[in-house]
Design a binder for this molecule. Structure first.
Ligand code: ZN
Length: 768
């Protein structure tokens, strides 16, 4: 039993009043709104319902529409013209009757009357290169819009339709009821554009030296828009930047191209025997068993021979794809083709590359290996890659993704030499675009509305995959590099953007079309936020489980931002509303620092500090003896003897208390700190974040402490921590590894550090 002679005192000192902060009382104001940064996101989030559950999972009544396509496509290489006849079968899985369907005509972005150029501002520039001048003032716009020849039902009856820029409304003969299907056909053609000058996502590159073209063809057919529970019809126009929203479906596509062309695209090649030579067939069988290096299906010598042939005959390549949200293909007689197998789970997937000789020697060495590595990384972080292949196509200045196929840049000089920048750029873009198979091709978010949902998540995983790649293929690194030079993901790389001019920064939760600094807004910042969430806030174990859960829940479905935010909390027991609010809904930045450090010793004698403190409470020291008094080092009442004495030497009341209340045995295990500190942390930045602190002691040892973000919940400006230590603290550093994207590190250490370069400047000045 412990005897309590100090009952009176314990009533007086409720909790830790000795170190309490002086909370200034603010004048009372009417109509105060709750701006607490830890307030739940009920105002920003839509209410959970039968379609989307509060857990972030698809709800019990979740539905999605289906669009199946049968298409015959003909490429006219001589006239650079693409024509097609497609039959769309649309299944209405929604609970709503539909009177019309919306079809996307993305090629109309390149129509003569396209409004896209009209929303771009322009200005007379005092100097221009001749080609810029020509393009700006003398060039007739290229007419690459769709020519819609007919829209008919399955019986050949014309259907009424109306085209509004890049969207076509097709009138249904009668309301399409829930669970009903409707089939209709569209016949179309358009003039294919050269994708190089405008960096278009689709088109051809013309190779002047041999007169050939390499086609990368996408958004090439009228595609169904998404109809769902959150947007109704997603028929927001395609202005050129915000990408696509597309329903899943099954595709049967026959593509007729010159007979000497090579072609690959979304889906399984169903007539391989018709389009492959016997040699190609043998090489293909060999590639299916090659797990460590790619096997050439078409060699460079064969591709160079084909470049000269210009066949008048044609060949039809037949592709079938199940459960994809889009379809794209690449074709040329210039293509070299290689493949290798990669084990994903218990299944083999083919990693594939198509490139003209202009991509070598870089492409034959690294493209397919990079594809294979990416599939392994992303599968590790999400789910096993479900398709049977992933293709990387070399295309000048391109970086664009489609199901199973993507276009990537990275071209060596004409003599075959290349810089590190070109090499790493090529590897990074391949990792990024192959990675898009997962987001948004399979976890099918609405790119038209939320660029960050695919680009941000994908750039975050790209960073993880680049780290894996460097570990699995160390020979990919240039001499002198021991890590992969990742651009997006590391916290320090986003500091300049987040600390920049607020007039040119938008919240991540913005439509991509409308933001300044698109790359930082939709790629860099969300990728960094997720990296910080994983490494600093949640830890890898909790984050990875929740992230994987999100990927599994929404695989082959259409998630919204809330589905992501909610799942991350639901699967981790981590309240992250403050994180989503700060990083995704505001443009606040991180800046946390040390405002002040005070050092104390205990004493038996009352001093001015304690007298003032007690006076505020209407008491005097005499009423309350005996007390333990804290004396600030350097204050009037401070004596050097306090520093020399032990805790119990310095405070008689404390010693008596211990003697009266604890046995000799118990006293042995009592802590006896010698130094007391009051550390005040300030937060000039708006974002609340955990405070990561490293305390360095006089003996050189260090201690890390992470105060969770919730430490800011009652005071958004500054907080303090009382620290009792048996060793003297000589240095305190906030965010010592630069992992929070703190925009101003000048307040991150105590004592304040003079920066090396400033110090050097100072030295130079002194020396004159
Ligand atoms: Zn991307």
């Amino acid at each position: 039993m412990i005897k309590s002679t100090y009952y009176f005192l314990s009533v007086l000192f409720i909790s830790t009043t000795l170190f309490s902060q002086n909370q200034e009382q603010q004048p009372r104001k009417p109509g105060h709104t709750n701006t607490n940064k830890f307030k739940q996101l009920y105002d920003e989030f839509s209410t959970p319902n039968m379609y989307r559950a509060a857990s972030g999972a698809p709800g019990s009544a979740y539905y999605q529409q289906q669009a199946d396509y049968k298409m015959d496509i003909v490429l006219d290489d001589k006239n650079t013209k693409l024509s097609g006849f497609e039959t769309i079968t649309y299944t209405n899985n929604s609970p709503d009757g539909l009177d019309y369907l919306w079809v996307q005509l993305d090629q109309n972005k390149r129509a003569k009357d396209s409004k896209s150029p009209l929303i771009e501002t322009s200005k007379v520039s005092p100097v221009l290169r001749p080609e810029q001048f020509f393009k700006g003032y003398m060039n007739n716009p290229f007419d690459g819009g769709f020519n819609i020849q007919e829209v008919k039902d399955v019986n050949g009856n014309p259907l009424q339709y109306m085209i509004n820029s890049t969207m076509m409304r097709v009138e249904l003969p009668k309301t399409l009821k829930p669970k009903e299907k409707f089939s209709f056909s569209i016949k179309w053609w358009y003039k294919i554009n050269d994708h190089v000058p405008d960096r278009d996502r689709s088109g051809y590159e013309f190779f002047e030296k041999d007169g050939n073209r390499a086609y990368v063809i996408a958004q090439f057919f009228p595609r169904m828009a998404v109809y769902n529970d959150v947007e109704g019809w997603q028929n927001s126009q395609f202005w050129g930047r915000d990408e696509f929203a597309l329903p899943f479906g099954n595709y049967d596509v026959n593509i007729t191209v010159p007979a000497d062309h090579i072609l690959d695209g979304t889906g399984k090649l169903t007539n391989r025997k018709d389009v492959f030579t016997k040699t190609m067939m043998e090489r293909f069988e060999k590639a299916k068993k090659s797990y460590d290096k790619p096997i050439l299906i078409v060699t460079q010598a064969e591709a160079e021979a084909a470049e000269k042939s210009f066949s008048d005959k044609t060949k039809t390549w037949k592709l079938h794809a199940d459960n994809v949200r889009d379809f794209a293909f690449a074709t040329s007689r210039k293509f070299i083709w290689d493949m290798m197998a990669v084990k994903i789970g218990n299944k083999d997937v083919m990693a594939v590359s198509l490139y003209p000789k202009e991509g070598n020697p870089l492409w034959e060495e690294w493209s397919t290996i990079t594809v294979a590595s990416t599939l392994k990384s992303y599968s590790r972080m999400t789910f096993d890659y479900p398709y049977h292949k992933a293709i990387s196509v070399h295309a000048k200045n391109q970086g664009m993704e489609y199901p199973m196929i993507c276009w990537n840049y990275g071209r060596p000089q004409e003599d075959g030499s290349y810089s590190d920048r070109v090499k790493y750029g090529m590897m990074s873009v391949i990792i990024h675009e192959v990675g898009h198979n997962f987001f948004p091709m399979i976890v099918n978010s609405d790119e038209r509305q939320w660029t960050w949902m695919d680009e941000g998540l994908n750039s975050f995983l790209q960073y993880v995959a680049e780290t894996d790649f460097a570990e699995w293929y160390p020979s990919a690194l240039s001499p002198g590099d021991d890590t992969y030079p990742s651009r997006r993901g590391p916290a320090k790389n986003i500091v300049q953007y987040m600390g920049g001019d607020q007039d040119f920064i938008s919240p991540i939760m913005s439509k991509g079309l409308n933001v300044h600094q698109f790359g930082d807004n939709a790629y860099g910042k969300p990728a960094t936020a997720l990296n910080i969430l994983r490494e600093t806030v949640m830890g890898r174990e909790l984050f990875d489980y929740a992230f994987k859960e999100y990927a599994h829940r929404w695989m082959f479905k259409h998630p919204t931002p809330e589905d992501f935010f909610r799942t991350m909390e639901d699967a981790s027991a981590f309240d992250l509303d403050w994180f989503w609010r700060g990083w995704f809904y505001t443009t606040d930045w991180v800046d946390i620092g040390i405002k002040e450090v005070k050092k104390y010793y205990v004493s038996s004698e009352p001093n001015q500090y304690t007298k003032d403190y007690l006076a505020k409470q209407g008491r005097s020291a005499k009423d309350l003896v005996p007390l333990v008094y804290m004396v600030e080092e350097g204050s009037e009442d401070y004596k050097e003897s306090l520093k020399k004495g032990t805790l119990l030497d310095n405070s008689k009341p404390l010693k008596e208390y211990l003697m009266d209340n604890f046995s000799e045995e118990q006293r042995k295990s009592i802590k006896e700190p010698k130094y007391f500190y009051n550390v005040t942390y300030e937060k000039p930045g708006g974002l609340v974040m955990p405070i990561i602190v490293e305390y360095t002691y006089a003996d050189g040892s260090t201690k890390r402490e992470i105060y969770p973000a919730e430490i800011w919940r009652l005071n958004d400006n500054e907080i303090s921590k009382a620290i009792a230590s048996d060793k003297e603290i000589v240095r305190i550093a906030v965010d010592p590894d630069l992992e929070t994207a703190d925009v101003d590190t000048s307040n991150n250490s105590w004592p304040k550090e003079v920066k090396q370069n400033e110090f050097d400047k100072f030295k130079k000045k002194v020396k004159g």
